[in-house]
Unconditional design. Structure first.
Length: 429
């Protein structure tokens, strides 16, 4: 056995584990978890807006009245009643299907993992937006996929760039997109754009993996119609209760074409035997007994107020040359720094100034994003958000002054930003 003192098994891991690396940023984020730091980094839903007594009551009744089921193994595909309720919710974004085509998962993260597992051999290509969800990139990396980024414009995934990605790469297994209130870009595809993306996918005969955890968290008008509402054969749809009820329940779902669904159930059974019956029954009761649409409105209002606080304070405080996206829902805004700055190198100084963000490189598989960062407004209250922006603006100003004085970006060593910037679990979302 070779190995090293830290890990005697270092030479024994599968190749797919080689992508699972850590970085200097991890240590910084443990500092960022201190209460004096304003964290605009993690995308944690504000679960304190839920009535915890209500959940305690539901959980107690689930155990008392349905204990024999709740505390037992269940169906690998998920509870039948919950799958029907899921279709009621998915109907709000225009997705119509049969309960047989729904698979309940431990969050949509598991859906991402299962879909990749059944479609991708090492070296197969997946096309993703530029930037893309860090948790999805982690999954694609662990299955040794070739990740190809397609550009985004203000309407989301750019059709021309998607077409190029599909033309230039063999064995594209699926197109991964987050069309509504994108993580991390904060952008939303228009209806026309969705139709265009779908038409290209159909032309190349490549399925779309549509990830939609934020679709019901829009700040104005009706929720955007899912791409899956336009074609139920070419689109695999991922949904989640994490952002509309509570992430700790770990309940999400996949709605897939028939054949894909069969494979997914087998893969899900191999991974976990079945999703948690207890969590499913809590969600199911909550949906049956509580005014959940009202609760979603509460979340929408709360996040809108926080989005406004972020945008207003950035407008007032950010130095010239910093730009950002204006999200119409969801949790995130995507910032672009003036060209000479590097968001990864700036992070230690930001945390020293008691504000945290996620540097842009983590959202790319190819090292792009040094000039970008993601800010989340979902967790801190508006006053904390304003304070966070004040601190961050000060840090950016100081960086710009450094550049003015020394002509470099205050780089204190090799960039920790790389294709594999590691982001700790609490900031993965
Ligand atoms: C775009 C996107 N997809 C999937 C997930 C995973 O969510 P969950 O597994 O909690 O449903 C997240 C979490 O933040 C996300 O932002």
């Amino acid at each position: 056995m070779a190995g090293n003192r830290m890990d005697p098994w270092v030479d024994s891991y599968a190749q797919r584990a080689q992508g699972l690396t850590t970085s200097a940023i991890r240590a910084l984020f443990s500092v960022a978890a201190r209460p004096e730091v304003v964290s605009l980094a993690g995308g944690m839903p504000y679960v304190s807006a839920l009535d915890s007594d209500q959940f305690a009551d539901i959980a107690a009744r689930v155990v008392r009245e349905q204990g024999a089921v709740a505390l037992q193994y269940g169906s690998g595909q998920g509870d039948q009643t919950l799958r029907e309720q899921i279709l009621e919710i998915s109907g709000l974004v225009g997705v119509r299907s049969h309960p047989d085509d729904v698979v309940v998962t431990a969050g949509s993260q598991m859906g991402l993992d299962l879909v990749t597992k059944i479609f991708c051999d090492p070296g197969d290509t997946v096309i993703v937006e530029s930037p893309s969800y860090v948790g999805a990139l982690g999954v694609f990396r662990s299955y040794q996929c070739n990740v190809v980024h397609a550009a985004m414009d203000e309407q989301g995934l750019d059709p021309q760039s998607l077409r190029e990605g599909l033309s230039e790469n063999p064995r594209v297994k699926f197109i991964y997109t987050i069309p509504s209130f994108h993580n991390p870009a904060g952008l939303t595809q228009s209806y026309e754009r969705r139709k265009e993306i779908l038409a290209i996918a159909q032309e190349f005969n490549v399925p779309i993996l549509e990830d939609d955890p934020y679709g019901l968290l829009g700040f104005e008008g009706e929720p955007p119609k899912a791409i899956r509402s336009l074609d139920d054969q070419s689109v695999i749809y991922l949904g989640s209760f994490s952002k509309i009820i509570a992430s700790g329940l770990r309940v999400g779902w996949v709605i897939a074409p028939h054949g894909v669904r069969e494979k997914l159930v087998l893969a899900a059974e191999a991974a976990t035997l079945c999703p948690s019956n207890f969590s499913q029954l809590v969600v199911s009761r909550y949906l049956a007994e509580q005014p959940w649409q009202q609760q979603i409105k509460v979340f929408q209002e709360l996040y809108r107020e926080r989005r406004d606080a972020l945008l207003q304070s950035m407008q007032a405080l950010m130095p010239l040359g910093v730009t950002w996206t204006v999200p119409l829902g969801g949790f995130y805004s995507w910032l672009t720094l003036p060209q000479q700055l590097n968001a990864t190198n700036m992070l230690p100084r930001a945390i020293g100034s008691m504000v945290a963000y996620v540097p842009g490189t983590g959202f790319f598989a190819d090292g792009q994003g040094a000039q970008n960062l993601r800010l989340s407004y979902c967790y801190p209250d508006p006053a904390r958000i304003e304070e966070g922006v004040r601190r961050l603006s000060g840090v950016i100003e100081a960086e710009l002054e450094l550049v003015d004085t020394f002509g470099v970006n205050g780089d204190s060593g090799p960039s920790t930003g790389s294709a594999h910037t590691h982001i700790p679990k609490s900031d993965l979302v």
